[in-house]
Unconditional design. Structure first.
Length: 196
């Protein structure tokens, strides 16, 4: 099934329009080396004074770590993410020394996520980030100190058949569009409104 093409208002690199976040995953593993290549791309993301305040925790399907990470997702996300080849939790560091905060930790973790997602796309993989997580249970299971914050979970693998998804999700298994620039870009001062 061919997917509708997305279009930008200004010329940009095709990777930004081609990359999207499917929920249907093929029953096909990825190697640890393939996954580490994604983390290598994330490692080179821009960061606050070169602090690199992000950390990844991962599990490959079929291994105990995957099952533990899967159990931290809300049931809706667990229902489709169970078919991914790998699950990753992205965290940010809020302070390195317990005294000075890292105010841009979430911002930098987001940059690392985008680098990972674009590398996945370049490797013929798909990556879907989600925030439907049990935020109370996850830090305990992941062994996180108080100086780390969970940002998102990420399902990674090969794109699968949308027919493998429950009926309500099949219709949503297409690349989504974006709001126009004039709803998110303002010259000089904010002059818009919030809304979906």
């Amino acid at each position: 099934m061919s997917q509708p093409l997305r279009h930008s208002d200004y010329p940009i690199q095709p990777q930004f329009l081609e990359r999207w976040s499917p929920r249907a995953f093929a029953d096909q593993p990825i190697s640890e080396a393939e996954l580490l290549t994604l983390f290598e791309a994330a490692r080179w993301s821009p960061s606050a004074s070169n602090l690199q305040p992000w950390r990844f925790i991962y599990g490959l399907k079929g291994e105990p770590e995957f099952a533990a990470l899967l159990s931290l997702l809300v049931p809706f996300n667990e229902g489709w993410a169970k078919d991914a080849a790998a699950l990753v939790f992205l965290t940010s560091v809020t302070t390195f020394d317990g005294e000075r905060p890292v105010p841009t930790g979430s911002f930098d973790a987001g940059a690392a996520w985008m680098s990972l997602a674009l590398q996945a796309h370049a490797q013929g993989l798909v990556a879907h980030a989600m925030y439907g997580i049990d935020f109370e249970k996850a830090p305990l299971v992941l062994g996180l100190p108080d100086t780390m914050k969970i940002e998102a979970a990420i399902a990674i693998g090969h794109r699968g058949d949308p027919q493998s998804l429950p009926e309500p999700l099949r219709a949503r298994e297409i690349p989504s569009d974006r709001q126009p620039l004039d709803q998110m870009v303002f010259k000089g001062a904010f002059s818009g409104a919030f809304g979906a």
